[in-house]
Design a protein around this ligand. Structure first.
Ligand code: GRF
Length: 217
């Protein structure tokens, strides 16, 4: 039985900038946090986000193997040797195998820059503007084998302004991401968010906790 007082050991997987990693590190540095970042893994040796791990004295590892089989073999070894319990994908640009996703079912989180199930895939902000949606945002969800799909933990919502460009939307959504990902990790690590019938009821939740609203800036 895991010690309920212990903080859940979490790995964050990145490919690039790592601003969500930084938000997760900052959250976990707080005294009451339910998770700790035990390991950062990048699939790019030059990923700028690795700097956030170094600055916080968190172990980081590079897995730049060419094939998915080799990459996941190394990843599995690392996850085991660091006693990882939860994985957060934060801008990790590799698609994980269905086997790995199944092995980490309900312990593997991702953040996506749209209100899923709308706009799976890339270029979400441009596509949202083209579709003329009034609201846009981000989603933290449990990962399933299908890309950008899975039970929704937290969403962040903002109103689209007529003046928005893909760049302005991306910037505003990113600041929402930095609130949503720590909130979602906290809900999962504390045991308050659990999957039931592919939905994620939250113990004692008030709506704003799982839906973070931001008015037009
Ligand atoms: C974020 O927009 C996230 O939603 C998407 O990839 C981007 C990563 O940004 N999955 P960062 O590396 O966390 O700054």
């Amino acid at each position: 039985m895991p010690d309920p007082a212990a903080r859940r050991r979490t790995a964050v997987l990145i490919s690039g900038r790592g601003s969500n990693l930084r938000a997760l590190i900052e959250h976990c540095a707080r005294p009451g946090a339910s998770a700790e970042i035990a390991l950062v893994v990048a699939d790019q040796p030059g990923a700028p986000g690795l700097e956030h791990a170094r600055a916080a004295n968190i172990r980081s590892e590079i897995i730049d193997q060419k094939t998915r089989i080799e990459l996941e073999r190394k990843l599995n070894r690392l996850l085991q040797s660091f006693d990882v319990e939860i994985i957060c994908l934060a801008g990790f640009m590799r698609v994980l195998s269905p086997e790995l996703v199944a092995a980490w079912r309900d312990r593997l989180l991702n953040i996506h820059p749209s209100l899923l199930p709308a706009f799976r895939g890339l270029e979400t902000h441009r596509r949202a503007l083209e579709a003329g949606v009034r609201f846009h945002g981000c989603t933290v969800h449990f990962v399933r084998a299908e890309v950008d799909a899975g039970p929704i933990i937290v969403q962040g919502v903002l109103a689209v302004s007529p003046d928005d460009t893909p760049e302005s939307l991306a910037a505003r959504v990113l600041t929402l991401e930095h609130r949503c990902y720590p909130a979602a990790l906290e809900l999962v690590a504390s045991g308050r968010a659990q999957v039931v019938n592919e939905r994620v009821p939250i113990d004692g939740a008030s709506a704003p906790e799982t839906l973070l609203l931001n008015p037009v800036a």
